[in-house]
Design a protein around this ligand. Structure first.
Ligand SMILES: [Zn+2]
Length: 274
């Protein structure tokens, strides 16, 4: 379960293989921020995620519901623009108050309260899902500039929590996730249950049918247009099953066992973090 502490870290990256509960955590953090901490939340996902309907986030655990989100985006620059658009009118009001104070040297109690209230309004929570798909055709230099802009925005009040894969199925680091991890204050590297042997604590995603990708993915590891819709060939895997050519059929998990396995994985993660 997400806790309030994660809402105080300014920039957080929650990463790990497929099936490591990232989207479930996205929904939990959304609930904590909105319902319990009563903060304004801006939510984003990638336009490239074809595994759920547009403008939704969906986790693959049992009985999961789609969470409507605010914006489907292609780039971190879109996220930055939406956050800036939210902050601009507040900053404008604050600068008027400041200009008046400089001109008159007087700030009434009421104006002081308004100023504090406006400052609090800047403390929004920004949740961005599937960040590995963002900016896949953009240079490292440009993404680094986006990272710098995010650091500047975080200094003004917003808290950013990014969710995404760390590695491709070929165990290549995803560009955007990697760079965001560079500016994060907290990185939560989650693990999954191996779908081939049901071992917990797994870090990788296995592709059981690379030929069906028509080579497009091999040519460009960041070109994921095609593989997005192929959740049937990607599964979390342990170190052994990842490289074992005989492990090409996921081992079925009965519905009644699934929740128990997820709970076990959660407990293992807690244990690993102590
Ligand atoms: Zn395994």
């Amino acid at each position: 379960m997400a806790d309030y502490e994660i809402l105080k870290k300014k920039i957080t990256v929650i990463t790990g293989p497929m099936g490591s509960g990232k989207s479930r955590l996205f929904k939990e953090i959304y609930k904590v921020a909105k319902k319990y901490a009563r903060q304004k939340v801006l939510t984003f996902s990638s336009v490239h995620d074809k595994t759920c309907p547009p403008k939704t986030v969906h986790s693959r655990d049992n009985n999961s519901e789609y969470l409507p989100i605010d914006h489907d985006v292609k780039s971190l620059s879109d996220v930055i623009k939406h956050v800036q658009d939210y902050l601009d009118p507040i900053n404008l009001k604050l600068s008027h108050i400041e200009a008046e104070y400089i001109a008159t040297g007087v700030k009434s109690y009421e104006v002081d309260m308004i100023q504090k209230s406006l400052e609090r309004k800047k403390n929004i929570v920004v949740l961005v899902d599937e960040v590995h798909f963002l900016d896949k055709d953009v240079t490292y230099t440009q993404i680094r500039e986006y990272c710098r802009q995010i650091l500047d925005l975080a200094n003004q009040g917003p808290q950013f929590i990014f969710f995404g894969l760390d590695l491709t199925w070929e165990r290549l680091p995803w560009k955007t996730t990697s760079l965001l991890m560079g500016i994060a204050k907290v990185i939560d590297k989650r693990t999954a249950i191996c779908r081939f042997c049901h071992k917990s604590g797994c870090h990788y995603t296995k592709c059981i049918d690379p030929e069906s990708l028509n080579g497009s993915y091999v040519k460009n590891p960041h070109d994921t247009e095609e593989i997005n819709a192929r959740k049937d060939i990607f599964f979390p895997a342990c170190d052994k099953c990842l490289v074992d050519p005989n492990k090409i059929e996921p081992k079925p998990i009965e519905d009644e066992d699934y929740d128990e396995l997820i709970l076990h994985e959660e407990l293992m993660e807690r244990f690993n973090h102590i």
